[in-house]
Design a binder for this molecule. Structure first.
Ligand code: MTE
Length: 327
């Protein structure tokens, strides 16, 4: 039998998105009356926000210059994505299912901001972002970002190694995993009205991954503070993994001895598993991962295993032969 496997970007956005509108539809079909009732009662049209982008121009958010020195160890061997593209083609489901969430995301209140350091740490506490940044040395790194939907971008992030925050948190020796919880504010985030999603958006990594030198907490992009749609005021960047692992607008970092069950795993573990490392040889169940489309130019490039970061990360997985490392 001949099966034509279309590439990710040949499929409509709603089908290729980490579920996107397609998931919403499935939830309604599978969830029966309750979900259908929810969609009817508080769905996008009635609630006055748009699944597929916003046409109303919102006031631009003032971004502050950061001026951190570039770390020359992390330079991607390909052209930077244009800033206008990287900041207008986003996934931020809390603000809607389309890629055009920048206007809706201006509602995000990112100042003041604090992060809870919780779970298996010497002293659980909350730390204000300003206070945290006084203790961290900012640097700029150019990373390739590869979304599971087969689009990619190359951008300069400003931030600090996640390992530095782990050290500051002083986890107990028994903590094997780090769980990230992101903001879920029903007052400002219309996406939360889609009650079949397991809000808040959470993600997790092993302690070894958190300590890897590539794992980065970003507070800026293109030399300025993060715009809301890119995850203001602080987000994760794990460039060897599919982009959904890079949680935005983090409010809690928890140390645990239990493997966290992420937002996407709760929705569809077989498609968006815990490890989610990039591999061109392992297709998503519904599209190929062999190639990627660079946003802005539309250039098609070959996907690289570990997104090209094997020298930094491959060793961590050498003995994990029984794990589903790539989907
Ligand atoms: N974090 C939160 N809180 N909510 C989201 O919807 N989307 C993820 C990730 N982090 C998402 C998130 C996905 S699927 C991707 S590809 C990246 O953010 C997109 O980051 P970008 O918009 O800065 O390119």
């Amino acid at each position: 039998m001949f099966i034509h496997r279309r590439r990710g970007w040949e499929i409509s956005e709603s089908r290729v998105t980490p579920e996107g509108a397609a998931f919403a539809r499935r939830a309604v079909l599978g969830g029966g009356m309750a979900a259908a009732g929810l969609l009817a009662a508080s769905g996008p049209a009635r609630a006055g926000w748009k699944l597929f982008g916003s046409s109303t121009a919102a006031a631009p958010v003032a971004l502050k210059p950061l001026g951190a020195a570039p770390n020359m160890r992390f330079r991607a061997e390909r052209a930077l994505t244009e800033e206008a593209q990287a900041t207008s083609y986003n996934n931020y489901y809390e603000f809607g299912l389309s890629k055009s969430v920048a206007d809706a995301a201006t509602a995000l209140v990112s100042d003041p901001w604090s992060i809870e350091l919780a779970g298996m740490v010497k002293t659980p506490r909350k730390i204000g972002l300003e206070d945290l940044l006084k203790q961290m040395k900012l640097e700029e790194r150019i990373y390739r970002h590869r979304c599971v939907e087969a689009w990619a971008m190359t951008v300069p992030w400003t931030g600090f190694p996640l390992a530095d925050l782990v050290k500051l948190a002083e986890p107990l020796g028994s903590a094997n995993y780090v769980k990230f919880t992101t903001l879920a504010d029903p007052k400002t985030m219309p996406g939360l009205r889609q009650a079949w999603y397991p809000w808040p958006y959470t993600e997790g990594v092993t302690m070894e991954e958190a300590m890897n030198e590539l794992a980065f907490l970003s507070v800026g992009v293109f030399g300025k503070t993060l715009p809301p749609q890119n995850g203001a005021p602080i987000r994760l960047n794990l460039p060897w993994k599919y982009g959904f692992k890079s949680a935005k607008s983090i409010i809690k970092i928890e140390f645990t001895d239990q493997r966290p069950l992420s937002f996407w795993q709760q929705l569809q573990d077989t498609e968006y598993g815990f490890w989610a490392n990039v591999n061109p040889e392992v297709p998503h169940p519904r599209w190929s991962q062999a190639e990627e489309r660079l946003i802005g130019t539309g250039t098609v490039a070959k996907t690289q295993i570990w997104n090209g970061y094997g020298e930094f990360v491959a060793g961590m997985y050498a003995n994990k032969t029984k794990e589903r490392l790539f989907a």
